[in-house]
Design a protein around this ligand. Structure first.
Ligand SMILES: [Fe+2]
Ligand SMILES: [Fe+2]
Length: 284
């Protein structure tokens, strides 16, 4: 059996989110930005080493077959949110937000800007896929910037040197620009590294408008939505919808550090919102 730390280099799952937020800090100079490695502590670096080495096309297909049929469970959004909140790692309860608080904070920031209700809801559910961690998946299969597998790795992905340890890097069919895909085939046909984005997208897609589906499915696809990589695999619909993914990303990144949400006060609003879009239980 693997030692916990070997499988879980991050002290808490949020260490990855925090690293990404630091990487895209708004007041950063171009030079500071390019030097992202300075912001990564050894545990974050080790996390990416594992993520890039182990996310192969085979792995992604296996995990999609395991989870994306949604035949594991029937639970309400609230049951999953409560369940996710049991994810207590080595975080500090006085300063660190709980998982539900991060979701509420993101959603509240969207609400304050007057966006439509489905957009607020997307903010509230966007990280629920992190329950994969409670299903026993290693951190590298739950979080991390996502990237396509089965085609060449973009140098816009953080720590690209770690792909040398990925067995797919030796498969020449997977290393051309388009790999196993056709040019501009559309992202729906492209397999991204597996994680919480794909899982929450699959669980909620029937209940959200397309813009919301894109927000959930691609919120960690930083190489594309922040750096413009992989446009050769995107179609026109993807291009249009990525406007929304970028809009969403502002709230995911920058709502942290605002004041702690007044959970009890705002809960009735979210109970209404969730029941407007979702039936009492959905498949997970
Ligand atoms: Fe996320
Ligand atoms: Fe998030």
């Amino acid at each position: 059996m693997q030692d916990r730390s070997e499988n879980a280099p991050l002290q808490q799952l949020d260490d990855w989110d925090n690293f990404v937020a630091t990487r895209y800090r708004q007041d950063k100079s171009e030079e500071e930005f390019r030097n992202y490695k300075a912001d990564a502590n050894p545990t974050v670096t080790e996390f990416y080493r594992q993520n890039h080495a182990y996310q192969t096309l085979d792995f992604v297909l296996t995990k999609k077959a395991e989870y994306c049929g949604l035949n594991r469970d029937k639970k309400s959004i609230w049951e999953i949110a409560e369940y996710l909140n049991t994810l207590v790692d080595d975080s500090d309860p006085d300063t660190d937000l709980t998982q539900i608080e991060h979701l509420l904070q993101t959603a509240e920031a969207i609400r304050k800007d007057g966006h439509p209700r489905w957009f607020i809801l997307a903010g509230f559910v966007h990280d629920l896929g992190k329950v994969l961690c409670l299903y026993g998946e290693p951190q590298w299969a739950v979080v991390g910037d996502t990237f396509p597998v089965g085609c060449g790795y973009s140098d816009q992905i953080v720590f690209p040197e770690f792909f040398a340890a990925n067995p797919d890097s030796l498969v020449s069919d997977y290393q051309t620009e388009n790999g196993i895909y056709e040019k501009n085939c559309g992202l729906d046909k492209v397999h991204l590294s597996f994680g919480h984005d794909e899982y929450i997208y699959q669980a909620t897609r029937r209940y959200l408008p397309e813009e919301g589906q894109y927000m959930l499915r691609y919120h960690s696809f930083y190489p594309a939505h922040r750096h413009g990589a992989y446009r050769h695999l995107m179609n026109e619909q993807d291009e249009r919808m990525f406007e929304w993914v970028r809009k969403f990303n502002q709230y995911d990144l920058y709502s942290k550090g605002r004041e702690r949400p007044k959970t009890q006060e705002i809960l009735p609003y979210y109970e209404d919102l969730v029941s407007e879009f979702f039936p009492s239980k959905i498949a997970w």
